[in-house]
Ligand binder design. Structure first.
Ligand SMILES: [Fe+2]
Length: 269
């Protein structure tokens, strides 16, 4: 498509916005559809978009479109979905249920305990999680060459009761990228670019809809002003202080320790 004049790019893009569009082609179709726009903001978004950075995805997030899609696809009784964000990796390693992801790094240790159920609260066999978060310096591995690329992310199989646990650190608030046109829009709107602290999870079980969501520590800053509108009622958790030497010994944490507990409920596919 790059050899086409802009007017032809737009025609091709418009022909791709109907039933032929899919997840692999929608972004290039949208970018090309703005080839003839007179809006400097849109051409700026297109010019900064690469394989590693998608300014249109960020634009969708800060306009609330991503959250609108999540909310409109919500199934009754299921845990609400929330934004995937730009830092998910397909190649996270499978680790044992109960794994410790901390590995001596900075941050406040926390035991994340979860269970995966159907919408009636029955545990789901064969459930899995895909987990990722940022480190104590607020950065994801993709933003920080000093982190192991696999830091604080993993895939894990739940036990037969749908339970999982892992040791990690409390995530930190962070800013969405604000050095491009979306950042300029936020500044013009007198909006900040911060997101509250969160854990990212994709929760799956055979026969059920995949859940892409986020879990927010209740005491995080910016819960009431998330730059991408990702906070939903029911996605916040208390960070409890637990004094239980037996659990501490099993998890290599020191008692008392911090713990969050979250129940994920999936809708039938
Ligand atoms: Fe995130």
């Amino acid at each position: 498509m790059s050899a086409l004049p802009n007017s032809d790019k737009a025609k091709v893009a418009m022909s791709s916005t109907g039933r032929g569009v899919d997840a692999s082609s929608v972004t290039s179709a949208v970018v090309a559809s703005f080839a003839n726009t007179s809006s400097a903001r849109m051409t700026d978004c297109a010019s900064i978009t690469t394989a590693e950075r998608n300014e249109f995805s960020l634009l969708s997030d800060i306009l609330g479109v991503s959250s609108l899609v999540d909310l409109q696809s919500h199934q009754p009784g299921a845990t609400p979905g929330s934004v995937l964000g730009p830092f998910h990796n397909q190649d996270s390693r499978w680790v044992e249920n109960g794994a410790n992801l901390i590995g001596g790094q900075a941050g406040e240790p926390v035991l994340f305990v979860g269970e995966v159920c159907d919408t009636d609260g029955r545990p789901l066999h064969g459930a899995t999680i895909d987990f990722w978060q940022n480190a104590a310096n607020s950065l994801y591995p993709a933003q920080d060459k000093d982190q192991d690329p696999h830091n604080l992310r993993c895939k894990m199989r739940c036990d037969n009761g749908g339970h999982f646990s892992l040791c990690t650190v409390i995530p930190q608030p962070y800013t969405v990228p604000y050095d491009g046109p979306v950042g300029a829009m936020l500044t013009a709107a007198k909006r900040h670019c911060w997101r509250p602290a969160h854990f990212h999870l994709i929760v799956e079980a055979p026969g059920y809809r995949s859940l892409v969501t986020e879990v927010f520590p209740q005491d995080s800053a910016y819960l009431d002003s998330d730059a991408v509108f990702g906070v939903r009622e029911g996605l916040t958790v208390n960070v409890d202080t637990v004094n239980d030497p037996k659990i501490a010994a099993k998890t290599a944490l020191s008692s008392p320790f911090k713990r969050v507990h979250f129940r994920f409920q999936l809708a039938r596919a």
